[in-house]
Design a protein around this ligand. Structure first.
Ligand code: ATP
Length: 236
């Protein structure tokens, strides 16, 4: 049986010009599993997401995805391979309709738009009713669903969700987690970058804590208890 993880990150380094921000990060993500990436501000969580999705170049280490090496591949190639990154912030065009936002997100994908729309609206039926509505007039929660559906409509194998719950009211935070749970149930692996550590640990199978660009702790979520959170995140 094929027991290789969907994503295998080995000793990854990356940064911004001369400023190194990731120092040898290793991480395995099994297919259909969820990994929570936690850590204080500036720990390198978003940088890890950007490096994995090809938005910034890596300077060392290797990344294997779905049995292929994607180290150094372009963002477009990585997306087409099935690794889709939802960057921090919703990235929605408020003046465009729901449908137009979805279509725009498909620009680099070799995929039938009708099929992609069906998949997006299958995850979030409420969006189908609002397909002609301008995205800027959606509620914050609906905008997050739009953002997530843009990732899911290309049938990815792994979604990296960077702080999707940032700035949302508690009820909407739950809606974001429900959306990601639906993705997971549909067989999509999830890397979740989160401020709400306890919620993220409850959601995820595995947990990775970054500190100053390196892995401070990693293990199963069942072992990521309160003491650990106090030590690394200063919170329970
Ligand atoms: P946060 O929770 O604040 O988003 P983070 O864990 O996602 O934090 P990163 O944003 O990945 O952390 O930042 C890691 C390091 O890289 C920090 O030292 C940060 O200052 C630096 N950094 C992040 N983005 C850039 C950039 N565009 N240019 C230069 N340095 C950056």
């Amino acid at each position: 049986p094929d027991t290789a993880p969907l994503l295998r990150v080995h000793n990854l380094t990356a940064g911004y010009g001369p400023a190194q921000a990731l120092f040898g990060v290793s991480l395995d993500v099994p297919a259909r599993s969820a990994v929570a990436v936690l850590g204080p501000n500036g720990a390198g969580k978003s940088t890890l997401a950007r490096a994995l999705s090809g938005l910034i170049p890596t300077t060392g280490g290797s990344v294997e995805f779905a049995g292929r090496t994607i180290t150094g591949a372009s963002a477009t190639a990585i997306r087409r391979a099935g690794l889709v990154h939802l960057p921090e912030g919703r990235g929605i065009f408020p003046g465009l309709t729901v449908q137009e936002n979805l279509r725009l997100a498909l620009s680099v994908d070799k995929i039938d738009p009708a099929e992609a729309f069906d998949r997006a609206f299958g995850f979030f039926p409420a969006l189908a009713e609002r397909r002609k509505q301008t995205a800027g007039t959606l509620s914050g929660g609906e905008q997050q669903m739009l953002s997530l559906s843009r990732a899911l409509m290309v049938n990815p194998r792994l979604v990296i969700a960077d702080e999707m719950s940032l700035g949302l009211a508690p009820m909407l935070v739950d809606a974001v987690f429900d959306g990601l749970r639906a993705a997971l149930d549909a067989g999509v692996a999830v890397i979740m970058i989160e401020q709400f550590a306890a919620k993220a640990i409850a959601f995820a199978d595995h947990c990775l804590i970054l500190q100053r660009g390196a892995v401070a702790w990693s293990g199963s979520s069942a072992r990521a208890g309160g003491e650990l959170l106090h030590r690394y995140l200063g919170a329970a």
